[in-house]
Design a protein around this ligand. Structure first.
Ligand code: AMP
Length: 117
């Protein structure tokens, strides 16, 4: 499979506003923010989608949540935030390298507006 843009960001081959990186995950600001805080937390391993995770990925998947919590504290999101993972075409996944969105900094509204949306 060819590299995605996120794979190149993880390897620091292209620029991004990287906020955190360790052996399992990398976090950087979304280039097109939909909230005052909009950060992407990606697995360093290029897992295409949430439908492709294996039990061997559980450490990286758990790390995504602890890094999200640390970033939420650093960005003063004590009033709450949303974590979101889009999976394949019905979820409008754009980049096929597993990532969690961290949104916050304002009221985010209901999760989905209605069953028809
Ligand atoms: P998704 O629809 O869940 O696949 O989300 C992909 C996200 O990646 C979108 O919110 C884009 O704005 C963001 N994105 C795409 N290219 C870049 C980039 N080079 N640096 C940071 N964020 C990006």
């Amino acid at each position: 499979m060819s590299d995605t843009i996120f794979t190149k960001i993880v390897r620091r081959e292209i620029p991004a506003d990287i906020l955190y990186q360790d052996d399992l995950v990398t976090a950087f600001r979304d280039i097109n923010p939909r909230a005052p805080t909009h950060i992407l937390i990606v697995t360093n391993k290029p897992i295409p989608t949430a439908a492709d995770v294996e039990s061997e990925d559980e450490a990286a998947l758990g790390r995504m949540f602890t890094v999200a919590r640390k970033l939420s504290e650093q960005h003063s999101l004590e009033r709450g935030y949303r974590l979101m993972v889009n999976c394949k075409e019905h979820a409008h996944q754009e980049v096929y390298h597993l990532h969690m969105h961290l949104f916050g900094g304002r009221p985010l509204g209901p999760m989905l507006v209605s069953v028809d949306d």
